[in-house]
Ligand binder design. Structure first.
Ligand SMILES: Nc1ncnc2c1ncn2[C@@H]1O[C@H](COP(=O)(O)OP(=O)(O)OP(=O)(O)O)[C@@H](O)[C@H]1O
Length: 242
């Protein structure tokens, strides 16, 4: 099967601080990959390299066999919640429409068909009734679903999510996982999560990013492995037994 993402002998550093070293990873279409690793291990940087927002110092990233910056419109990105300004005075539909800014006409308006896509994306994430609500009035779980709508409005082939369930309650978390399961039928998903216990049985594969990137099957992520990374006990070890 053709790789949808391929990363070859990639090295990246911020100034002179080495962040990623000799990363070799391939991703196949419609995989659901959970990316995990310690704080500062390089997960967000890894995503930004796939999105073409950062350039490798050595090696390369190809998405659908092209340089990522040429096909960024085929990738949707949900950043970490703290990178989003919830106080900005804007309605939910307008936030969603920001996912297709490239479609703005020279008059600074979206074509009617695009607004329809925005409403469809909101319907998909079950937030159509909030289209005209101020973005800042949404709950944590609704905010994440609105950001997912923004990421999928242009029908991407790849969806990257950076901790989409951080700071949401368990009911909102379950509804996000259900939504991602539905979206996964049409798109490849890579999601950063620290909550391995909840997510492990939903992932087709895991990638541990800790300066290097290691691809793992769920059964390989045993309790000792996760403990070594996070230094916290996992209370439900049956997920991790071989
Ligand atoms: N723009 C930047 N300039 C310099 N250093 C940076 C920059 N962005 C991130 N870093 C550093 O690079 C390292 C990796 O950061 P990154 O955000 O990729 O890690 P992460 O695994 O996503 O962390 P977390 O789990 O805390 O979100 C960290 O040491 C961070 O301080």
């Amino acid at each position: 099967m053709t790789d949808i993402i391929s990363i070859h002998q990639l090295f990246f550093s911020y100034n002179h601080q080495s962040i990623l070293e000799d990363v070799n990873i391939t991703v196949q279409p419609n995989e659901f990959i959970v990316v995990f690793g310690p704080n500062g291990g390089g997960k967000t940087t890894f995503f930004k390299l796939i999105l073409g927002l950062l350039q490798p110092k050595k090696g390369w990233v190809k998405v659908l066999n092209k340089h990522p910056k040429h096909i960024r419109h085929l990738m949707g990105y949900v950043p970490q919640m703290q990178q989003v300004d919830r106080n900005f005075p804007i309605c939910v539909l307008d936030v969603v429409m920001m996912g297709c800014l490239a479609e703005l006409t020279c008059w600074g308006r979206f074509p009617k068909a695009m607004r329809k896509l925005g409403l469809q994306a909101l319907e998909k994430v079950n937030l159509l009734h909030k289209a005209k609500a101020p973005f800042g009035s949404l709950s944590g779980g609704e905010t994440q679903r609105a950001l997912i709508a923004r990421a999928i409005v242009d029908h991407p082939k790849i969806l990257l999510l950076d901790e989409p369930t951080a700071n949401v309650d368990s009911q909102a978390e379950q509804s996000i996982y259900q939504l991602l399961k539905e979206l996964n039928a049409d798109m490849t998903i890579l999601m950063v999560s620290h909550d391995l216990q909840t997510i492990i049985d939903k992932a087709s594969r895991l990638i541990c990013v800790n300066r290097q990137a290691t691809s793992l099957q769920a059964k390989e992520v045993c309790e000792h492995f996760a403990l070594g990374l996070y230094h916290t006990p996992l209370t439900n070890p049956q997920h991790f037994s071989f």
